[in-house]
Design a protein around this ligand. Structure first.
Ligand code: NAP
Length: 278
């Protein structure tokens, strides 16, 4: 039997077991995927014992993504660029890692906004400068988007991220958010703003965005954030955060259980039902 898990602190809230459990049943795989609470400071020791505990690998959630990157002997270019790992597995006996948020974002974008062609996109606007924003910027640049306006509340953090990615990424102050959004063919919220129960809504003026522009939100609780509702009301292409969550899980499942799983409408419905229950 193959085993995988997700580590975090806390980890009880994670929806990853719902996703992987669904795929294990769907593909009739004799395997398991569970939650492992790992306190800060114990990540390296837990990962040292991962294989001995019978795990083929694991997912990693906050606050352990940086420690997981440091613990892995083999790091994918995406994990290095983002500075954080969310998926671990073994390659020739060595712990390997990836950050699958970048690929997950692009896979969902391709499915949800098929008319958007990154290689034809002159300008993207990304709100936020945390790990999620770095993954999105890495993904967009890699897919051929020519430039990214990075807008963040804390300027120093935006400056650091822009400096890391080079001249195609320029940092802007939070007060420039509306102006940057207006000039972009794709606007991505990679802040926590709009998240149910914890944060105020994100107030961005979408009136200047051209028809056909894409508005993506990484927040997926609620599924339709105030930003996405505003985008839909204006006839823009709204891309939710749930699809990214589902697609980022695909590479890990394939590494651990040997089947490349499909993101289906049925799986989406399972997650939506869970989001609505809580
Ligand atoms: N859909 C998915 O699969 C997926 C995957 C990963 C992450 N996410 C979501 O993406 C979001 C960001 O995640 P992360 O890991 O990058 O988090 P993070 O590292 O904590 O970054 C949070 C970002 O939100 C900004 N922010 C927080 N409160 C704000 C406020 N009141 N006003 C303006 N900006 C504010 C922060 O700005 P400062 O730098 O100024 O603090 C920072 O840029 C979360 O909602 C997370 O759930 C979704």
């Amino acid at each position: 039997m193959s085993k995988a898990c997700i580590i975090g602190w806390p980890v009880a809230h994670s929806r990853s077991p719902l996703i992987h459990g669904y795929w294990l049943r769907r593909y009739a795989i004799d395997g398991s995927y569970d939650k492992q609470p790992v306190p800060p400071g114990e990540v390296a020791a837990f990962l040292d014992r991962l294989r001995a505990q019978g795990f083929a690998g694991c997912n990693v959630t906050v606050p352990h993504k940086e420690a997981a990157l440091a613990a892995a002997r083999r790091q994918s270019p995406a994990a290095r660029a983002v500075g954080a790992a969310n998926t671990l597995w073994y390659e020739e006996g060595e712990l390997a890692c990836d950050n699958t948020d970048a690929a997950g974002f692009m896979s969902h974008l391709a499915a949800a906004a098929p008319a958007f062609k990154p290689e034809a996109c002159a300008r993207a606007c990304v709100l936020g400068a945390g790990g999620a924003a770095r993954a999105v910027i890495y993904a967009l640049l890699g897919a051929g988007v020519k430039s990214v306006a990075l807008v963040n509340r804390t300027p120093a953090r935006a400056d650091r991220v822009a400096a890391f990615f080079g001249p195609r990424v320029k940092a802007y102050a939070w007060s420039d958010a509306n102006a940057c959004a207006r000039e972009a063919q794709i606007l991505v919220n990679a802040t926590t703003l709009g998240m149910h129960g914890t944060q105020p809504g994100l107030e961005i003026d979408l009136t200047g965005l051209e028809a056909g522009s894409v508005v993506a939100d990484l927040v997926y609780v609620p599924l339709v954030t105030p930003l996405l509702a505003a985008a839909k009301a204006r006839g823009l292409v709204a891309v939710d955060g749930l699809g990214m969550l589902l697609h980022q899980a695909v590479p890990g499942f394939e590494k651990w259980f040997g089947v490349r799983p499909e993101v289906t409408a049925e799986l989406r419905a399972v997650l939506i039902a869970d989001i609505e229950r809580h």
